[in-house]
Structure formats: structure tokens, C-alpha cells
Design a binder for this molecule. Structure first.
Ligand SMILES: [Zn+2]
Length: 167
């Protein structure tokens, strides 16, 4: 996948996504596989995004590398790959460090189940917390950019449960 940075971890809507893609030169995107620059539109697919009380389908662009022809989804800082919970909500959940705060998050986001909230908290503690601390990385507006720079993957991206790879 290719993540377009600089738009912050907050808020995600189709309008927002389309505007950012419109202003992105696909010929300047770098292929994460072969590292050549230059992609073209390959296809679109939709993925679920859980927002407040509801969820919606976000239409996501898939580009193909002009050199190796591998295809990659184009995501934003505000999206956690393979998760329907947006980055903004994911970060709010991570900061819920008491059962009272977890309950508050649960009531705020009517579309989230308790088990999803606990899964995010467990994943953070198991896979991210110590790594962030050891590199002195803060969970702030640059978390996505810093995570990719240091760990080569989007913040809170969880490895595949079958093969253990990060996709
Ligand atoms: Zn390539």
C-alpha cells in the first residue's frame, strides 16, 4: 500500500479522500515494491469505515506500478490498513486507560463493539507500546509518518493472522 501523508490523522470522508487523490500526481508516487516512481489508476475497491454511530463504504483507489506492475491501495494517514476503525478513533481508544474511559468511548461510537475496542488496546500493548517508547515516538499528528519512517508500516497496522506479514 501507499500512504499519502500530510493530511493528519483526523477525520475521514469520501469527499476528503477524493480531494486528496485529485491533488496527488500519480506519476510521482513511489512503488513500495520496486521503488520506482510512477503509477497509474488500476481499480477502485470499497472498504468499511466506522464513524461515530454509523459506518460507510469508502471507495479507495488502487494504483499499478508502471515498472513492476504490482498494485497498491492508496491510503491516507487517517486510515489504519486492514482495520475499519479510523486512526483518530484508534488513537482515542489507545488513550482510554481505565474502564470508565473505555465505557465512554464505547458510548461515543455506537458502531463499535466492546471486543473491537479491547482488541485495539491489546494490539497496541502487545505490538506497539514498547517500540514507540524505545524510539521516543509520541502519538501525535506525525505518528503515521514517523511510524512508516522507523517501522516501515502504518501505525497500528497489525500483521496478518495467517502468515504474520504486514501485507
Ligand atoms: Zn514497482
Amino acid at each position: 500500500m501507499i500512504i499519502i501523508h500530510g493530511h493528519g490523522v483526523n477525520g475521514i470522508s469520501q469527499e476528503n479522500y477524493d480531494l486528496i487523490i485529485e491533488n496527488t500526481d500519480l506519476l510521482l508516487l513511489e512503488c513500495p515494491h520496486c521503488h520506482h516512481t510512477g503509477t497509474r489508476v488500476h481499480a477502485y475497491y470499497d472498504r468499511e469505515v466506522k464513524c461515530d454511530d454509523d459506518s460507510f463504504r469508502l471507495l479507495v483507489l488502487r494504483v499499478a506500478c508502471k515498472f513492476c506492475r504490482k498494485t497498491h491501495a492508496v491510503l491516507l494517514d487517517a486510515i489504519v490498513p486492514y482495520s475499519s476503525v479510523p486512526m483518530e478513533t484508534t488513537i482515542e481508544i489507545i488513550h482510554a486507560d481505565s474502564s470508565e474511559k473505555i465505557r465512554r468511548v464505547f458510548h461515543k461510537y455506537g458502531c463499535l463493539e466492546f471486543h473491537e475496542i479491547y482488541h485495539i488496546i491489546r494490539s497496541f500493548k502487545r505490538l506497539w507500546k514498547e517500540h514507540l517508547a524505545s524510539y521516543g515516538i509520541m502519538i501525535d499528528a506525525d505518528i503515521s509518518r514517523n511510524s512508516i519512517r522507523v517501522f516501515k508500516r502504518q501505525f497500528m497496522q497489525i500483521p496478518c493472522t495467517l502468515c504474520g506479514s504486514y501485507g
